[in-house]
Design a protein around this ligand. Structure first.
Ligand code: SAH
Length: 375
C-alpha cells in the first residue's frame, strides 16, 4: 500500500494532545502550529480518522513547494499527478488561506489551483468539455505560509468533532474534540469517579465514557475518503470491524452529570444513548450548590457559564463563589474548571495549581486546575 504524508489538524493549544494520541497509536510525529505531521497508508488514514479524539481533520499532503507567483503556483499544481488521486467526475472544491506571503489573495490562489487541477485531469483524460464534478467529494486546500504552499486533500470531510451522537446541544456546547481534550488534560482513569456539575448536553462526560469503554469516536459517522477509489476504500470496513472488537464491554464506569436545566438533562441522556454510553452515565437535574459527591478521589470537570453568553456577570461570580465553597472541601478530588473570566480564581477563592490557556472556539479561556492534596 502506498505511503502518504499526512497531517492531523487540531485547534491551537490542542496540537500537543493530538500528537500524544498519534504516538499512542504508534506513529512517528512532528508537531507544528495547529497540526501534527505523520506518515501512513490508506489503512492509517481510516484508523486515525476513526480513533483520534482531539484532532479536527486528517489531510493528505499532495504537494509542498515554494510559490511567489501565480505561474509558479499553477505549474507546480499542474505537475502533481492528480489522476492518481481524483477520478474524472470527482467534486473538488478548493478552499484556501495565506499568511505572510507574496500570494496574499486567497480567492485568486483558490482559482489558480482549481484551474491547474482541472487542466491536468482534462489533459490526462483527453477531455475538451469541462469536468462534471458530479462524483464523490474531494475537498482540497491550498495553504500558503511565508511563500511555501501546501496542497492537501481532506480525508475527513466534515470535521472530526462531529461524531454524530449529538442531536441537540443547547446554548453553549463544547465541541466534542475540545471536550475530549479537557478529559485528557486531567488525571482521570476509568476506575475513578468523574463528575460534571454543569453538564449541559453532556459532551464532556460522553467523551470520557467513550474513552473508558475504548469506543472509537468516529465509529458512527462517515468520512470523505471512505468513497475514494484510489485509496483502497475496503480498508474502512476492516478498520471499523477492528474498532468494534476493541470495545470494552466489561468495564464499570462511575460517571455523574448534573445541570440546573432539566431540558439539558433530557438532551444529555439522549446524546449519551446515541453515543452508546447511556448506561454509563447518571444524569440528574440539580443546581450545583445542592450537591457534593460522597465518593473520594474523583475528578470534577466543569464548563460553567462565563457571564457573556448564558448568565449575567453577578450571577456568574456568585456561581464561582458557590463552586469554591463546596469544592474546596472535596480535598481528595482534583477539580478542572474552564472559564474565560480572568477573575475566576478570585471568586472561587483559591489560586489554581495550574492554569492552561485554551480556546473554546474563538474565545480565549483558561483551564483552572485544582489538584487534590492527597494523591
Ligand atoms: N459543556 C456543556 C455546556 C455547559 S454550558 C456542553 O457541552 O453542552 C453551562 C451549563 O451550566 C448550562 O447548561 C447551564 O444550564 C448550567 N448552569 C448554570 N447555572 C448552574 C447552576 N447554578 N447549577 C448547575 N448548572 C448550572
Amino acid at each position: 500500500m502506498k505511503t502518504y504524508h499526512l497531517i492531523a489538524t487540531a485547534a491551537a493549544g490542542i496540537e500537543g494532545i493530538a500528537n500524544q494520541e498519534l504516538k499512542d497509536l504508534g506513529y512517528e510525529t512532528q508537531t507544528e502550529n495547529g497540526r501534527v505531521r505523520f506518515k501512513g497508508t490508506a489503512e492509517d488514514i481510516a484508523k486515525t480518522n476513526l480513533w483520534l479524539r482531539t484532532a479536527d481533520r486528517i489531510k493528505v499532503v499532495v504537494g509542498e513547494f515554494k510559490a511567489t507567483s501565480f505561474e509558479e503556483l499553477f505549474d507546480q499544481t499542474y505537475a502533481i499527478a492528480w489522476e492518481d488521486l481524483l477520478p474524472m467526475d470527482g467534486e473538488f472544491p478548493v478552499s484556501g488561506k495565506s499568511v505572510k506571503s507574496k500570494l496574499y489573495s486567497v480567492p485568486n490562489c483558490q482559482r489558480i489551483v482549481k484551474k491547474a487541477i482541472a487542466k491536468r485531469l482534462m489533459d490526462h483524460y483527453a477531455r475538451k468539455m469541462p469536468l462534471s464534478e458530479t462524483g464523490d467529494y474531494y475537498p482540497i486546500e491550498i495553504s500558503i505560509l511565508k511563500d511555501v504552499a501546501i496542497i492537501t486533500l481532506d480525508t475527513s470531510g466534515s470535521s472530526l468533532f462531529k461524531r454524530g451522537y449529538r442531536t441537540e446541544k443547547g446554548g453553549a456546547p463544547l465541541k466534542e474534540n475540545m471536550a475530549a481534550a479537557l478529559v485528557k488534560l486531567t488525571t482521570w482513569f476509568p476506575d475513578r469517579p468523574l463528575y460534571d456539575p454543569t453538564c449541559g448536553s453532556g459532551t464532556i462526560l460522553i467523551e470520557a465514557a467513550l474513552m473508558g469503554r475504548n469506543i472509537a469516536p468516529g465509529l458512527n459517522r462517515s468520512f470523505a475518503a471512505e468513497k475514494w477509489e484510489f485509496f483502497n476504500p475496503e480498508v474502512w470496513s476492516k478498520e471499523k470491524t477492528k474498532a468494534r472488537q476493541k470495545i470494552n464491554h466489561e468495564i464499570k464506569l462511575n460517571i455523574f452529570g448534573s445541570d440546573i436545566d432539566g431540558r439539558m438533562i433530557e438532551i444529555a441522556k439522549q446524546n449519551a444513548a446515541n453515543a452508546g454510553v447511556g448506561e454509563d452515565i447518571t444524569f440528574k437535574q440539580m443546581q450545583l450548590k445542592d450537591y457534593r459527591p460522597n465518593e473520594e478521589y474523583g475528578i470534577l470537570i466543569s464548563n460553567p457559564p462565563y457571564g457573556d453568553r448564558l448568565l449575567d456577570e453577578d450571577k456568574v461570580h456568585q456561581l464561582y463563589q458557590d463552586m469554591g465553597t463546596i469544592y474546596r472541601l472535596m480535598t481528595t478530588w482534583s477539580k478542572y474548571i474552564l472559564s474565560s473570566d480572568d477573575s475566576f480564581e478570585k471568586f472561587y477563592g483559591e489560586k489554581a495549581s495550574k492554569k492552561r490557556k485554551l480556546y473554546n472556539g474563538a474565545l480565549k479561556v483558561n483551564y483552572y486546575q485544582f489538584w487534590s492534596t492527597n494523591k
